[in-house]
Write a protein that binds this ligand. Structure first.
Ligand SMILES: C[S@@+](CC[C@H](N)C(=O)[O-])C[C@H]1O[C@@H](n2cnc3c(N)ncnc32)[C@H](O)[C@@H]1O
Length: 266
């Protein structure tokens, strides 16, 4: 089979999985506070027009609506918009978009933000170029994607949950997820000719049994049939890992979330 005949890799998670809403909400519980701080630092202000791509459950879109106020405009775009519909009552525009095939409204936004989307896409630079084209001259691109290597680092033991990380992220990589996605965001921002490009990373310490830790349990439940189906680990090992994640005595690091910023030249 030639490369042009390879089947397209699909988004690894299932937007219609019955626990996907909780998975997205627990992801927000980990990352929304830091994203909100960074939006404040960028100076997002009343009257701005902003686009959130891959909006998920919409926590960041809601925060953006608070920041831009009634004179601003927030558009929340995602492949699956069912769980965003409630935002329309708050004046947020909801847009059904597949960034791999659809264009975004061109030249309209003071800020385009996207968290944990680009690293899932088969052609990351193309998606970043579309987001840049959606910016007004002088508008900010703000991307957030991970480096997954530090995930589950812990005082518990050197190899705490490392077999789980290797199995899960290995399979995700085969499905098109880039585990060093945040680094490629920076590269793409530089290659797009943006100005004032910079990047930094943050990681969050988890405690077993917390809402944030629940995110990793849901991730593992979603990955369970794929991991066992590939013969990488058995159900007993996955059950034991879920217990480790539920134990408040255990603490571990999240992935690093790398934030990349850059401005479209005026
Ligand atoms: C890992 S979730 C992150 C959600 C949210 N940004 C957050 O950080 O909490 C990725 C989101 O991107 C959306 N998505 C995946 N592929 C997409 C595509 N091709 N175009 C637009 N959205 C997509 C998914 O439906 C999901 O809501």
């Amino acid at each position: 089979m030639s490369s042009s005949e390879q089947p397209a890799k699909r988004y690894v998670f299932d937007p219609l999985w019955d626990q996907e809403t909780e998975r997205l909400l627990t992801n927000e519980a980990i990352w929304d506070p830091g994203t909100s701080e960074r939006l404040d630092r960028l100076g997002v202000a009343a009257g701005w027009s902003v686009l959130e791509v891959g909006a998920g459950y919409g926590g960041t879109a809601e925060r953006l609506a608070e920041l831009v106020g009634p004179t601003g405009r927030v558009t929340a775009a995602d492949l699956e918009t069912g769980r965003l519909a409630r935002l329309k009552d708050k004046g947020i525009e909801v847009l059904q978009v597949d960034i791999t095939t659809d264009e975004l409204p061109a030249g309209q936004f003071d800020l385009v933000h996207s968290r944990m989307l680009v690293q899932h896409l088969p052609d990351r630079p193309a998606a970043v170029r579309k987001m840049v084209a959606a910016l007004k001259p002088g508008g900010w691109l703000f991307l957030e994607d991970t480096d997954s290597l530090p995930l589950f680092r812990s005082v518990v033991s050197e190899d705490f949950l490392q077999d789980i990380r290797a199995a899960g992220y290995g399979l995700m990589r085969e499905s098109g997820h880039e585990p060093r996605g945040g680094h490629f965001d920076l590269q793409a921002a530089l290659e797009c000719g943006l100005e004032d490009v910079s990047a930094e990373g943050r990681t969050v310490m988890m405690q077993g049994g917390s809402p944030q830790a629940r995110h990793y349990q849901l991730w593992l439940e979603f990955m369970r049939p794929r991991i066992t189906g590939a013969g990488l680990l058995d159900d007993a090992r996955i059950d034991a890992a879920l217990e480790e994640m539920a134990d408040p005595a255990n603490r571990w690091l999240s992935q690093i979330l790398i934030s990349t910023y850059g401005r479209r030249p005026r």
